[in-house]
Design a protein around this ligand. Structure first.
Ligand code: NAD
Length: 291
């Protein structure tokens, strides 16, 4: 196993819970931190739920293995307790820059000197958080995808202050927890995946909102021409139309007129009608109800 043995995850929400369970499932001791005991109680329910999901969705998973994973997770709402023995601290706190900066300033003095800090932030460049960490050479972005046990990429992106040793240790850790490391050479908003995906989804959306083609035609073209299993509008439905709307509306508010029209189109035709994508049973397409 790597020189990283003891892992702490800050935040036990959607992604935090997944990172915690996956890391424990792969044999690491994990300390899960959240800001109240109520949230810790909820987190324990999330871990048990994930244990069931792994049993159902990952062939070959045994109940003994998921139970062992649960047994390797300890929980606390005491930040100093959470940080004090960590080799790696993964931050999966809400996507609010001031909140994250404040959190890093706290853990800077609580974590052992050698500990590496990693942010799971989807949209904030690590350089915006690095100065708060007090250890810029040991700070990096380690970005997981939702449904980590299936979509097992870990995008790894340092700032120009991140040391080679930190990057190498985090790459090794990512592999050890069953991820495929996707390493960027330098900072890029959107990492690799969203740098590709967002322009594709925008282009597909504009074809429809500007009246050139319907979603089925766009998807059919993409799938036949590129052998892709999903078309852009099927991907919209997976991502969820609220998330897509928020990103596109932000670009619209920043002055991009086509984005403003596309966000309005999604709002009027889908969100206002309760069509949010696969999770709600209907988005651009209809889906059988999930059990
Ligand atoms: P979430 O809202 O589900 O969870 C955030 C958790 O952080 C909550 O449990 C909350 O109680 C806790 N929290 C609040 N204040 C905190 C503090 N001061 N210190 C520690 N924890 C605190 O959010 P999420 O969707 O899990 O996202 C968390 C991070 O992961 C964000 O940076 C987001 O960009 C990133 N991310 C999310 C996804 C996704 O699909 N949801 C995918 C990749 C990355």
């Amino acid at each position: 196993m790597s020189s990283i043995n003891q892992v702490t995850v800050l935040g036990t929400g959607i992604l935090g819970a997944q990172i915690i369970f996956q890391t424990a499932f792969k044999g690491f001791h994990v300390t899960a931190y959240d800001i109240s005991d109520d949230l810790i109680t909820q987190a324990k329910q999330s871990f048990s739920h994930l244990a069931e999901v792994y049993l159902k969705e990952l062939p070959g998973t045994t109940r003994a293995a998921t139970q062992a994973a649960l047994d390797r997770i300890s929980t606390t709402s005491d930040l100093s307790q959470a940080c004090k023995e960590a080799d790696l601290i993964i931050e999966a706190a809400p996507e609010i820059i001031e909140l994250k900066q404040k959190l890093y300033a706290q853990i800077a003095s609580l974590a052992p000197e050698h500990a590496i800090l990693a942010t799971n932030s989807s949209t904030l460049l690590p350089s915006t958080l690095a100065p708060s960490t007090g250890r810029q050479d040991r700070f990096i972005a380690l970005h997981f995808a939702n449904t980590i046990w299936i979509h097992n990429t870990a995008e790894i992106m340092g700032t120009d202050q991140t040391s080679r040793q930190t990057k190498d240790k985090v790459i090794e850790f990512a592999k050890n927890i069953g991820m495929v490391p996707i390493v960027l050479n330098k900072e890029k908003s959107g990492y690799v995946l969203n740098s590709l995906l967002i322009p594709l989804l925008n282009a597909a959306g504009f074809l429809v909102s500007e009246g050139y083609a319907d979603p089925e035609t766009v998807d059919k073209t993409w799938k036949i021409a590129t052998d892709s299993p999903l078309g852009p509008f099927e991907i919209y439905d997976v991502v969820g139309l609220k998330t897509a709307y928020n990103i596109i509306a932000t670009a619209g508010k920043a002055g991009d007129e086509k984005s403003a029209r596309l966000s309005q189109y999604i709002k009027e035709n889908y969100l206002d009608k309760g069509k949010f994508g696969i999770a709600s049973g209907e988005g651009f397409y209809k889906y059988p109800r999930q059990s």
